[in-house]
Design a protein around this ligand. Structure first.
Ligand code: GZL
Length: 321
């Protein structure tokens, strides 16, 4: 009896040892990547998710994907689940900047490297993640302001702006606002008279713009929207108020999704500052580098352009998202 028990225990230990030797979770030897996505709040996010899934497939990576429905608690739970699954790498797009230290310390304690995509986190210990792959949102905000400065008729009349902010506490909302206001600082003619979050959604943009129009009416000269989805919602509100978006009220936006190009071709959106969501290939390259023990830069910035209304028709056919 005793020898049979010992034999069983020995086999079990051997099995566990094999699992341990094979490294992390992938039973078929593939690299396992756990990815926690913000949600599905915008056209940009849809394109970002598609890029990550297709790039993982092309790279032969076993992708464990979780949609947090824009809730930080769901992202934290997903990261804990990836730790329990002993994935090789964890990547995520943090819905907000703060509140990540505890769970990232758990990943570090489990010796699982973490890659940030799209958005930054505010942590005191830089070793809690390997690299951030994404846009320079402050520069995107500056680009939007520079377009406005270069495309407002000369004169000294007031240019009154309303601002549709992204998700409260998110890196793009914080930094796009910072860049926009910074670039306008030396130009007192330009004033942001109201600013409120529309949470990066069409419905949010429309609802906030309706409130702005009720409060300020024809005083509004410009809408600055932190993403195209909110701009498209604002365009609907402007039209329902009997005004002409793109003409009576200039509309400045960010992302460069298909809906923005369609609005520009219809003369309703004046410019979109591109924010490239196609981060999948760069993420998979970073995962491969980590697995190979190769160093990575702390910041991998994606290249982006500015598309004014006049350029929309020519650019639209080759847009990838
Ligand atoms: C920007 C990204 C933002 C987009 C929005 O990198 O985090 O979130 O601008 C999206 O469209 O919802």
């Amino acid at each position: 009896m005793k020898s049979r028990y010992l034999r069983g225990a020995a086999l079990a230990m051997f099995g566990l040892a094999l699992a341990g030797c094979s490294g992390r979770g992938g039973h078929d030897g593939r690299t396992v990547l756990g990815f926690s996505q913000v949600g599905a709040e915008s056209e940009w996010r849809t394109a970002n998710t598609a890029s990550i899934k297709s790039a993982a497939h092309d790279a032969g990576i076993d992708l464990r994907f979780s949609d947090a429905q824009q809730k930080q608690a769901n992202q934290i739970s997903a990261i804990r689940s990836f730790i329990a699954q002993r994935v090789d790498v964890i990547a995520f797009s943090p819905v907000v900047e703060s509140g990540w230290e505890p769970v990232l310390r758990e990943a570090k304690a489990a010796h699982i490297p973490v890659v940030l995509t799209d958005r930054a986190v505010d942590v005191s210990d830089p070793s809690l993640y390997v690299t951030l792959i994404g846009s320079d949102f402050v520069e995107e905000g500056r680009k939007a302001a520079r377009w406005l400065l270069q495309n407002t008729p000369a004169g000294d009349g007031p240019v009154d702006i309303v601002e549709l902010e992204g998700t409260v506490g998110s890196a793009p909302a914080i930094d796009r606002k910072k860049g926009f206001h910074e670039a306008l600082a030396g130009h007192p003619r330009y004033q942001v008279i109201r600013s409120q979050s529309g949470d990066f959604t069409r419905a949010g943009g429309k609802e906030v713009m309706e409130a702005f129009l009720k409060a300020e009416g024809k005083r509004i000269n410009v809408v600055f929207a932190h993403n195209d989805d909110m701009a498209i919602g604002a365009i609907q509100a402007i039209e329902e108020a009997g005004l002409r978006p793109g003409r009576d009220i200039k509309v400045i936006s960010m992302d460069g999704v298909k809906g923005a190009f369609e609005a520009m071709m219809a003369g309703k959106l004046n410019v979109t500052v591109e924010c490239n969501p196609l981060l999948g290939p760069q993420l998979m390259q970073a995962v491969a580098a980590i697995k190979a023990g190769k160093p990575l830069p702390r910041r991998i910035v994606v290249e982006e352009s500015v598309y004014p209304m006049e350029s929309a028709a020519a650019a639209f056919p080759t847009r990838k998202y």
